[in-house]
Design a protein around this ligand. Structure first.
Ligand SMILES: Cc1cc2nc3c(=O)[nH]c(=O)nc-3n(C[C@H](O)[C@H](O)[C@H](O)COP(=O)(O)OP(=O)(O)OC[C@H]3O[C@@H](n4cnc5c(N)ncnc54)[C@H](O)[C@@H]3O)c2cc1C
Length: 433
């Protein structure tokens, strides 16, 4: 038994990490009892935690890569960082990438992750042509948009609750340079931010960093970062060096005052309304990957990440209410990121819907859980939902209301016997049968 936790280091539970490197071994682990698949543990809360975790990190072989078409097939334990190491020098990039490259293919599919290009290019699984899944009986089923479709739609975004994904076939995206041409816009308030998102709706990548302590006329003051793949500059990989946080920071390291000081400095370092420069893909997409174990900055008590989406119709006013409630609470979020989403897909538990998504990191605090409950209510009133892969605390009721296709998901799960074999702490908390 070991102490297991997600990236937020809350909750911490006792469990066994059961590593496998071949299908026979995985089959025996599943046969022996209930558990949940585990990738690189970059989900923040309890979605990859259970008494028994099927750890896929040693199941990490590349199976095929066609340099002419960009089709790549690999075992589920291969990380996005490893994929980029192979494909970038050959002129191919991930079609969709989250804000860290230290996630496995299996984890990216199970959360149906999104990136800064959702408004144009959708979720990760929209680029998956096929995957194989080991079900509760140990059988391997191939599924995709036109084969075992119901199981595919349930497994993409299904948080490991339909079975263990064993391999994935992905369509990569052609690039001519490993660099991004970035435009940085200094934004004074939320109204201006929404207007700029609309104005840059055709840009490939866009994301805003928000100073969520700013209030009143400055509510929503932010930096909007818009990016395009550079057409030249070479296909060089990122340098390998990484800094590491050597120990847990004291619990007070990230508090209202330190975050306020950081936010002011960060915002004011950008003097001009608009700046343009060329940046390497690694600091552009994965700024935090350069600092190993940065989650220790939050101290031993850990932290919660909160990510919600509200539909476009609720738009500016909805987001104003949510950001206003956060600013009034005085609870500081070190990272606050806003993105625009395009249309959602057909995957049954996929998080994105057309609208705006806000992601925040909060250090543990006695007033935090009541604040997040209040935010949940506002999000649901606007017809939105909370992202499962970031969650460690939402109620079963909030989950049900946010995911209207849950019953279809449960039907597929039961039809494949997954309800008897695959459970996480999160699925128990959310009362998923
Ligand atoms: C710094 C940072 C930035 C991030 N940015 C983004 C972002 O921009 N967009 C976004 O969408 N997400 C983002 N995330 C979240 C992250 O992409 C997801 O949580 C992803 O699922 C983590 O993958 P993992 O391999 O670490 O999986 P884990 O955290 O180990 O598991 C996550 C879920 O996937 C399931 N799973 C894992 N492997 C398999 C498998 N082989 N078969 C079936 N199920 C499996 C687990 O059971 C669990 O439910 C970010 C996380 C961090 C730490």
């Amino acid at each position: 038994m070991a102490q297991l936790s997600g990236w937020g280091r809350f909750p911490v539970v006792e469990g066994e990490s059961l590593s496998f490197s071949d299908l026979g071994h995985l089959g025996r682990l599943i046969e022996a009892g209930e558990g949940i698949p585990y990738g690189l543990g970059r989900s923040y809360g309890d979605s990859a935690l259970a008494k028994r975790c099927f750890d896929s990190r040693r199941f990490d072989r590349f199976l095929a890569f066609d340099e002419a078409s960009g089709m790549l097939c690999a075992q589920a334990g291969v990380s996005l960082a490893e994929i980029l190491r192979i494909t970038i020098p050959r002129g191919w990039f991930l079609p969709v990438t989250p804000g860290t490259a230290f996630v496995t293919l299996g984890g990216a599919v199970a959360s149906d992750v999104h990136g800064k290009n959702h408004h144009l290019e959708g979720c990760f699984c929209d680029h998956v042509s096929e995957l194989s899944l080991m079900t509760a009986s140990g059988e391997i089923l191939r599924c995709g948009p036109s084969e075992n479709t119901a199981l595919f739609r349930a497994s993409c975004g299904g948080m490991g609750l339909t079975g263990v994904i064993v391999d994935v076939t992905l369509r990569m995206k052609p690039i001519r340079g490993a660099w991004i041409d970035e435009t940085l816009l200094r934004i004074d308030n939320l109204g201006e931010l929404f207007a700029r998102f609309e104005e840059h709706a055709k840009a490939t990548y866009s994301v805003a960093w928000i100073d969520c302590l700013a209030k009143g006329d400055a509510l929503g003051r932010s930096l909007l970062m818009v990016g395009e793949h550079a057409q030249e500059g070479g296909l060089s990989l990122a340098p390998q060096g990484r800094l590491k946080v050597p120990m847990d920071a004291p619990g007070f390291a990230l508090n209202h005052f330190t975050v306020a000081a950081f936010n002011t400095l960060y915002y004011q370092r950008v003097r001009r309304k608009l700046t343009q420069h060329r940046v390497h893909y690694a600091p552009y997409f994965y700024p935090l990957d350069a600092v190993g174990e940065w989650n220790r900055l939050y101290g031993k008590r850990g932290f919660l990440q909160y990510q919600c989406v509200i539909p476009k119709a609720a738009g500016l006013e909805g987001m104003r209410g949510i950001l206003g409630a956060i600013a009034d609470s005085g609870l500081a979020s070190f990272l606050a990121v806003l993105k625009a989403f395009g249309k959602g897909n057909d995957n049954l538990l996929s998080f994105p819907m057309e609208g705006y998504t806000l992601a925040l990191d909060f250090a543990m605090h006695p007033r935090l859980l009541p604040l997040l409950d209040r935010l949940d209510a506002m999000v649901l009133d606007h017809g939105g939902r909370i992202y499962l892969t970031k969650d460690a605390r939402m109620s079963p009721e909030t989950f049900r209301r946010g995911y209207p296709r849950l019953d279809e998901f449960l039907e597929v799960r039961a039809a494949h016997g997954a309800d008897r074999r695959f459970h996480s702490l999160q699925s128990r908390r959310l009362e998923i049968p």
